[in-house]
Design a protein. Structure first.
Ligand SMILES: [Zn+2]
Length: 397
């Protein structure tokens, strides 16, 4: 699924940082941030909706396990027909998928499935383990789409965001195919697709935003996933078959076939809704404490942390204790607006800190962590400190 090793050391051999990544894709950091920020209800074409929880029970269904027991049968019966459905030259694409793709199991040291291009004239190889689960089938569609994109573009390498878009389109083609032809698989596969969004549109977004804020950091393959996931959904919803076919066979020019301009047209600035926070006045420390309590409560609300089930009295007393013990920390951005807070307890052994709460605005979790690490490692007990770039300044009470 990850494709972390795909083509590594070839066209990406010189891609070390986020700046290199942006250049390779013809993107800019504000443009990418804008697209990510605008991802939300009503902005993009709809993601397939989640199903009700009753369907989850079907994941355990012995009938389904039985149907998914053979990787080869699943490939021929579900994945190949799903992928060919979008192409005019259906029989040619079917021939490529059935006769020019190799399969291998992962070796003991490999964790994530991937697909390798062996060069012109050689079949692409899909490496994955098969346990007969719905997630394996979705993964097989993902990797088969990689293999197809390699074959159709004559082994010319695509920029990674484009190639992952192809793979995610493969997943959506499978979902679409089973909805009509194999309906008992649709619910379980859709559940897997939604649960994987928490990685692709959650953890990977944190990683991408962190890379954009710190362009000197090393490139990580995961930073390709958010844009690719969104572009795939967008293309699948609105593009015609012809555009999808062009993308699959486009090789190194593939970025021109992604709906980046369209996605960017929805973009908005990632606005921090908070007012500028003034440092607490040494002469009125109580005001500083009240201000901090208010900021923490608002951050909990803004970040949708489920804090409201707590008793209000214990909620505030807990935070007040932390403020008085100086075991609370509010991170501010460059404009002196709050982006998150954290509380901790100090354990006796080896000066360890145990975090008891971390709340951050969307896309700011890593900013908060970096700011906290900086504070704890260098300025413990000091009222203000600095970290690099985004959350440059912070205050502590
Ligand atoms: Zn992939």
């Amino acid at each position: 699924m990850d494709g972390i090793y795909v083509f590594k050391g070839r066209n990406e051999g010189s891609m070390f940082t986020c700046t290199d990544w942006l250049t390779l894709h013809g993107l800019s950091a504000p443009r990418v941030k804008g697209i990510i920020a605008s991802f939300g209800p009503g902005k993009f074409e709809h993601l397939p909706p989640p199903l009700n929880t009753d369907r989850k029970a079907s994941l355990e269904n012995a009938f389904i396990s039985n149907k998914l027991s053979s990787q080869e049968r699943c490939y021929r019966n579900f994945v190949v027909p799903a992928l060919v459905s979008v192409f005019d030259n259906e029989s040619e694409v079917r021939h490529l998928l059935c006769n020019h793709v190799e399969f291998r199991a992962l070796s003991a040291s490999e964790e994530a499935p991937y697909t390798i291009c062996q060069g012109s004239g050689e079949p692409p190889v899909i490496l994955m383990d098969w346990r007969g689960q719905p997630e394996d089938l979705l993964c097989l569609a993902h990797e088969a789409a990689h293999a197809l994109q390699i074959l159709l573009s004559n082994h010319e390498l695509m920029p990674p965001v484009a190639r992952e878009t192809c793979a995610f389109i493969g997943e959506l083609l499978l979902l679409d195919y089973v909805e009509t032809h194999v309906p008992y698989l649709h619910g379980p596969l859709l559940d897997v697709w939604h649960s994987e969004n928490s990685f692709y549109l959650g953890d990977c977004v944190d990683l991408l935003i962190d890379a954009l804020n710190h362009p000197e950091l090393s490139y990580h393959y995961y930073q390709n996933y958010p844009l690719a996931r969104l572009a795939a959904v967008q293309m699948f919803s609105i593009a015609n078959n012809e555009s999808v076919c062009k993308l699959f066979s486009s090789g190194k020019e593939a970025m021109a076939h992604l709906p980046i301009d369209e996605m960017a047209s929805f973009a908005t600035e990632m606005e921090n809704p908070f007012p500028v926070l003034q440092p607490s006045d040494a002469e009125h420390p109580v005001v500083g404490v009240y201000q901090s309590l208010g900021v923490m409560a608002l951050l909990d609300i803004e970040s949708s942390r489920k804090a409201s089930y707590q008793c209000i009295e214990s909620y505030y007393l807990n935070l007040l204790d932390h403020l008085q013990a100086r075991t609370a920390f509010i991170a501010l951005d460059n404009d002196m607006k709050p982006v998150g807070y954290t509380t901790w307890i100090e354990s006796n052994s080896e000066n360890n800190l145990v975090l008891t709460c971390q709340t951050a605005l969307p896309n700011n979790r890593l900013n908060l962590q970096r700011a906290l690490e900086q504070y704890i490692s260098t300025t413990k007990g000091v009222d203000a400190s600095y970290t690099r770039n985004a959350s440059k300044e912070m205050l502590v009470w």
